[in-house]
Design a binder for this molecule. Sequence first.
Ligand SMILES: Nc1ncnc2c1ncn2[C@@H]1O[C@H](COP(=O)(O)OP(=O)(O)OP(=O)(O)O)[C@@H](O)[C@H]1O
Length: 271
Amino acid sequence: MTVKAAVPVIEAAALTIDYQTDRGSVRAVEDVSLTVGEGERLVLLGRSGCGKSTILKSIAGFVKPHSGAIRIRGREVRGPGPDRIVVFQEFDQLLPWKTVRQNVEFPLRIARDLPGEQIRARAEAALRRVGLARAMDAYPHTLSGGMKQRAAIARALVTDADILLMDEPFAALDALTRRQLQEDLLRLAEEIGFTLLFVTHSIEEAILIGTRLHLLSAHPGRTVASFDTSGFGWDDLASPAFERVAKEVHQILFAPDREHADTPTKEPARD
Ligand SMILES: Nc1ncnc2c1ncn2[C@@H]1O[C@H](COP(=O)(O)OP(=O)(O)OP(=O)(O)O)[C@@H](O)[C@H]1O
């Protein structure tokens, strides 16, 4: 009997991405390959400017690679699609003239021919899921940063997209709110089972959120290492194993003369 290998949900193969500027072409990403399986949470980690957002935007379909291929469930990406949805760091992702509820309903109204009642019910369910039941009729400018990010997540959850691309979604939040949203995201990931590509600067956040880390070198980003972090949860935060991985990741990312590197794959180190 032959066992058919599962097609990855996200696959980037030998991705090289350039930006054209007034002063010529700037290489942002070089020869990066990665795969994300069904329900996996892959975190891109690397120094500022190494190309994390660029990779995420190219997988979203907003930025065309110079070379290499991006496939979603085996199909080449040629632009944005209803299977993927992006949540950014900025708090101004919501349309200011619409209420929270209308913002969350918006993608359904433009993309789907659903009856109004269903749209309303789905939006309300998504807003409850992220803890915004009582702010449905508020306007974005009256919300805290955390509430705005919750609304942006609800807007992602309400669609049929099962691939979430999150670009530092919690970076601008205070520590307590950030922790709460991290917990909520993991709970939603368990409940819904979406596939996640997540960009962050925080090593701790990466280990907590990710089932796998993909480390990039400084500009232009190349793959330098990959870590399996699927074994870590909240209870491991202060454990020696967690701290060991965090230290190792830090050393790899901030090694002074880190240039080209091999791509070691680390198994989770447990005590
Ligand atoms: N629109 C653009 N035009 C030209 N260069 C760009 C553009 N966007 C990004 N770059 C350059 O591409 C490189 C990668 O940028 P990118 O934003 O992807 O990095 P990043 O790792 O997400 O950074 P950060 O962690 O600071 O958000 C940087 O050198 C950046 O200056």
